[in-house]
Design a protein around this ligand. Sequence first.
Ligand code: ADP
Length: 155
Amino acid sequence: MKAAVFPGSFDPITLGHKDIIDRALPLFDQLIIAIGVNVDKKYMFDTKARMQMIKLVYKNEPKIKVAQYKGLTVDFCHDHGLNFILRGLRNPADFEFEKAIAQTNRKLGDVETVFLLTGPETSFISSSIVRDIYHNGGDISSLVPKEIIPLITQL
Ligand code: ADP
């Protein structure tokens, strides 16, 4: 079975993440969307809320599981028998950052990273932009999956 993890903060999940996930689905038998929990990082939405949002978007997709983890992504892969890490690339800065991590994960963990290039309609979207707009009372409906809007507004 080809199984991958898509690790990230997903604070919150955006249409940029959704584009990568939807395009990766035909490549894998199972995809675990895993929220990395970093105790030193400040998040806008707590882990439970972020997991709830992703579960809502993919409630009808049996290939997708949602999880949270602490520590190294390669350890998560080994614990769950996953051979692949999925990541999205938006720009050269993403590439430079991801290159070292992917090479390290291959060297230390024997885990291959699969990169999908951002779609032209979603390449400008990031969770931090969404948080900024939301925080300042702006309209985020064109940036995140529509299913999560009611959830976000009641949080
Ligand atoms: P992290 O803090 O691990 O980067 P994010 O939730 O910001 O967590 O991103 C998770 C993954 O989704 C990363 O691989 C990132 O490059 C990718 N990603 C985020 N936004 C986009 C987008 N608009 N297009 C393509 N990939 C994206």
